[in-house]
Each structure stands twice: as structure tokens, then as C-alpha cells.
Design a protein around this ligand. Structure first.
Ligand code: SAM
Length: 447
């Protein structure tokens, strides 16, 4: 494999031994693509009926599929409606390995959102704080969370140490999918090969330790840490797990057996048995490289919650709820205000004193006494709108709607309307005398 750096190849030969030729041969195939079905929005059966590209279910993650096509999905209306999220099957193995996802979850390095989405769908009663320190990437993360219409996710853009400071011992689980040297991505992203050098692993390992030390005080005693990378370097993988065990007294837990079956055990470090930490290799199962370990913080986990009052006045809440009850058939339990916007928030969000970029579902704002709905209200609760215009996949109005054009109204009556595709919320608009004024955001339009 001439494109791979010599020192890297020699290390992989040492690690893999007689399996090395199989690893090298994996570069002859294109990177494996995958997707997560948004089971908060649709069912697997409906997805199969609507999605025309060939897929194969993953044996280790029931929401995951291997996509058996190289076609682009960007312009697919089902993608725009958040029926699925593209993620490589290897990256899915880490969340798939978790025996349960419950309570308050912090995804400390979350953009663009794959692990957050998988976790929020797996633990639909969990509340996930998706954090991304890099602000432009946090905005992409937010856009993905909104497109999927998730109601149990809030987004922050904070340095990891802020969680220890403002929310000590508050999370039942922390997902730390940390920046790494990306060796597992060499097949998919050739630029990761050119960025590689012999110092990169130690540099990343130092940063990983720093992020973990910063964020671990935010994990409850007895809470779970999912540590993952997309690299093969022992310095960034096994040595980090050993560091967590030796410095923090953490205990390595076994992954789900379906994931054990498609992954290789981690290597021993400092005499520690790390076989429950796992290596995902493309020559065992189709997907890009991944490493993960599930660890438990010492102590006993206690589920405690102390509510923080919302910042919305009785009068404002009445006006927002008035709009919602006229337009929606769903009950929104908690409403909070952030800046000029009102949010439907998960009750667990109101137990964490955090500065949110988005505290939950952005409902809209009051302007001159009128409530103006935000796109996120339609993506998350469009299915509950009383006034709906449903477009089939073959309806020519669908393309026009995605391009931002006004479309004819066939079913809806005057007022705000949720535009759905095959019954799945896509966006919104305002119906006026037989026409729908398009409220699909400019930045998302196809042309
Ligand atoms: N979990 C994401 C997913 O599934 O889509 C992928 C996360 S990616 C491997 C690592 C993320 O860590 C990047 O978004 C990067 O911006 C962020 N990051 C980089 N340096 C960081 C730091 N010092 N502290 C926290 N996050 C950092």
C-alpha cells in the first residue's frame, strides 16, 4: 500500500500480524456508507417502502443500515425530511455497543451529530446535551438535530471544562468521541493520510487526556463513559483506557454481544485486560475504523433532579400555548425562552444550568403580539399540525417546495400549515387563498 506512511504500515503490521494483508486489501474497496433510520419519525417498514436505494440491515445496530449505493443523497426529499442520517457503519458500532442510554447524556464532542442522533434515538427517554466547542461546527450540528426533528436533544457550544464547572456530577452518561489522528478514515479521507506524521498520535493522546480530565467531573459517580476514536493508534486508544482505569479508578464494561461479534479485542496495556474495549476493522465488518470503550466511574449512581425555573412569563407562555393549541394536537410539557425565541424543552434540560445554543425544539418568537413559528417547530411537530399539506414523492410540488417556491394548496386551509412528505414533517408555510407561501429556510433550499 504505497500511499500509507511507512512507519504507520510497520506499526499496523505489528498490531495485526497475519491479518495485515486483509487490512491492506480493504483499501481496494470504496469506503462503506451507512445510514441511521430516524425511528422517532418513521418506522423501518415505512422507510423500506419509501427509500429506493438498496440497503442491508446491520447485525449489531437495529436502526443502522449499510447503504449499497454510491449515489448522492443530498437532494433526496426523505433526507431533507430527516428520515435518515448518513453515518459510516463503523462509527455506529460505538453507540450500538451501549447496553442502555438513559437519563442525562452529554456528548462532549458532538458535531456533525452522528453519535448524538444514534444515542437520542436509542434512549428515547434520555435527554442528550450535544456539545461542540467549535462554533461553526456547532451550527452544523444544530441544523442536523433540527432536520431530524429530535425533541430530546439540546445543543451547546462550550469548552469541555465548563461542564465540570457548571454541572458537576450531573450526567448519567458522557460520550467522548474525541478528535484523533483519524487512521481509521484513511480509506475514506485521503487528506487524513497526508496529515499523518509520527508525532501526531502523542499530540492527540495529550489532547484526549486533557478533554477527559476536563469533562469527567461532570459525570455522576457510577455513571458511564463511552470513549471512542476513529484511529488505530494504541497511544490514543488502549493507553487512554489504561489512563482512565489507573488514574480515575474506572471499570471497563462489556459491550453488547452483537457488537462483540463484529469487532476485535483491544490489546493489553500495563498488564490490564482490555478485551472489552473494541477495535472495528473493515476486514472484519464493512465500515471504517473505530475504537471504543465503555467505562464506569466508581461510586453509586443516584438519579436526582432539581428543577430550575423557566424564564418565560405567565402572559408570554399563555400566548405561545394559545398558538400551539390552535395549531397542534400535541401537548408541549415545558416551554422556555432564550433570547427572543421560545423553546419546547425536555424537562431534564431545566435541571442543568447551562448556556444553550438551543435548549430543545425552537418553536418561534412573538412579534407585535403575533407568534411567528420557526422551521424547527415544523420539523419536530409537523406531524401534529392540524393544518397539513402532504406531498407524495412523485408530486411535482415537492421539488418546488424544496427550491423555496410558492406551491398550490390542495388540502390545507388558510393559516400556518405543516408541509409533509409521505406523511413525514418537512417544513412549513402559510396558506393564503389556495397558495402556500414557502417558509422552508433559504440556507436549506436545493437551488
Ligand atoms: N461525535 C461526532 C459525530 O459522531 O458526528 C464526531 C466528533 S469528531 C470525531 C471530534 C470533534 O471534537 C470535532 O467536531 C472537533 O471540532 C471537536 N474538538 C476538537 N478539539 C476539541 C477540544 N479541544 N475539545 C472538545 N472538542 C474538540
Amino acid at each position: 500500500m504505497s500511499i500509507l506512511p511507512g512507519a504507520y504500515m510497520r506499526r499496523m503490521q505489528d498490531i495485526l500480524g497475519e491479518d495485515y494483508p486483509r487490512y491492506e486489501a480493504s483499501f481496494d474497496s470504496p469506503a462503506a456508507r451507512g445510514l441511521i433510520v430516524n425511528t422517532a419519525k418513521t418506522t423501518q417498514d415505512v422507510f423500506d417502502r419509501l427509500f429506493t436505494m438498496p440497503t442491508r440491515p446491520l447485525s449489531y445496530f437495529e436502526k443502522g443500515r449499510r447503504l449499497l449505493s454510491e449515489d448522492k443523497v443530498g437532494g433526496d426529499p426523505l433526507h431533507a425530511a430527516g428520515l435518515y442520517y448518513m453515518q459510516d457503519p463503523g462509527a455506529m458500532s460505538a453507540v450500538a455497543a451501549l447496553p442502555e442510554v438513559k437519563g442525562r447524556v452529554l456528548d462532549v464532542a458532538a458535531a456533525p451529530g452522528g453519535k448524538t442522533i444514534a444515542a437520542a434515538l436509542t434512549g428515547n427517554e434520555a435527554f442528550v446535551v450535544a456539545n461542540e466547542v467549535n462554533f461553526p461546527r456547532a451550527k452544523v450540528l444544530l441544523q442536523n438535530v433540527e432536520r431530524m426533528g429530535l425533541t430530546n436533544v439540546a445543543v451547546t457550544s462550550l469548552p469541555p471544562r465548563d461542564f465540570a464547572r457548571y454541572t458537576p456530577e450531573s450526567f448519567d452518561m458522557i460520550i467522548a468521541d474525541l478528535p484523533c489522528s483519524g487512521e481509521g478514515m484513511f480509506r475514506k479521507e485521503p487528506q487524513a493520510v497526508s496529515a499523518w506524521n509520527e508525532n501526531i498520535n502523542l499530540m492527540n493522546a495529550e489532547r484526549q487526556k486533557e478533554i477527559l480530565s476536563d469533562v469527567l467531573p461532570a459525570l455522576k459517580e457510577g455513571g458511564t463513559l463511552l470513549y471512542s476514536t476513529c484511529t488505530y493508534a494504541p497511544e490514543e486508544n488502549e493507553e487512554i483506557v489504561a489512563y482512565l482505569i489507573e488514574k480515575y479508578g474506572m471499570r471497563l464494561l462489556p459491550p453488547k454481544k452483537e457488537v462483540l461479534a463484529v469487532t476485535a479485542p483491544a490489546m493489553s496495556v500495563n498488564g490490564l485486560d482490555l478485551t472489552n474495549a473494541r477495535r472495528f476493522y473493515p476486514f472484519i465488518e464493512e465500515g471504517e475504523g473505530q475504537f471504543f470503550a465503555i467505562l464506569q466511574k466508581p461510586g453509586e449512581r443516584i438519579y436526582t433532579t432539581k428543577s430550575i425555573p423557566t424564564k418565560v412569563s405567565i402572559n408570554e407562555e399563555r400566548r405561545v400555548r394559545d398558538f400551539l393549541s390552535r395549531n397542534l394536537s400535541a401537548e408541549i410539557p415545558v416551554i422556555n425562552k432564550q433570547g427572543e425565541d421560545y423553546y419546547a424543552v425536555h424537562p431534564l434540560a431545566r435541571t442543568l444550568p447551562l448556556r444553550y445554543l438551543s435548549e430543545g425544539v425552537r418553536l418561534g418568537e412573538l412579534s407585535g403580539g403575533k407568534f411567528l413559528p420557526h422551521h424547527n417547530l415544523f420539523t419536530a411537530y409537523g406531524g401534529y399540525f392540524k393544518n397539513k399539506e402532504d406531498l407524495s414523492l412523485s408530486d411535482p410540488r415537492l421539488d418546488d417546495y424544496l427550491r423555496g417556491l410558492e406551491i398550490d394548496a390542495k388540502n390545507c386551509s388558510d393559516g400556518y400549515v405543516a408541509v409533509t412528505v409521505e406523511g413525514h414533517s418537512l417544513g412549513g408555510g402559510k396558506c393564503v387563498e389556495g397558495r402556500i407561501k414557502n417558509h422552508y429556510p433559504k440556507g436549506l433550499r436545493t437551488r
